[in-house]
Design a protein around this ligand. Structure first.
Ligand code: SF4
Length: 115
């Protein structure tokens, strides 16, 4: 014979049992979500913004120092010789060269905005 006799509940009461593996998994999921949110907070809003190259063509005198130093980022217009920014958000490996170009520009016509 089998079955549940009188006086014995057919199913256990539902509760958060710390020994229950399903409850433990739920707790781990909640912790994972909190960790992901913390990582996003730590990155901050500025982490997503790349440094940006800007040029003021009204100041440029066409000396070409920027084009000579970082041709991946700067060029000169064929018609007037004034600076043209080819890549306003250059890759990290060019940042130092861009800073140098900014410092070498005789007209202070280019800038590198890093935050
Ligand atoms: S170095 Fe300065 S002045 Fe010369 S082309 Fe570049 S932006 Fe213009």
């Amino acid at each position: 014979m089998s079955g549940v006799g009188p006086g014995v509940p057919a199913s256990p009461a539902i509760s958060a049992d710390p020994a229950d593996p399903a409850d433990a998994a739920d707790a781990a999921d909640a912790a994972d979500a909190a960790d992901a949110a913390d990582a996003a907070d730590a990155a901050g809003p500025t982490a997503a913004a790349n440094p940006r190259v800007e040029a003021d063509r009204s100041r440029c005198c066409g000396a070409g120092m920027c084009t000579l130093n970082v041709p991946e980022v700067f060029d000169q217009n064929d018609a007037d010789g004034l600076v043209v920014v080819l890549d306003p958000e250059p890759p990290r490996e060019l940042h130092e060269a861009v800073r140098d170009a900014v410092n070498l520009c005789p007209a202070s016509a280019i800038s590198f905005i890093e935050g």
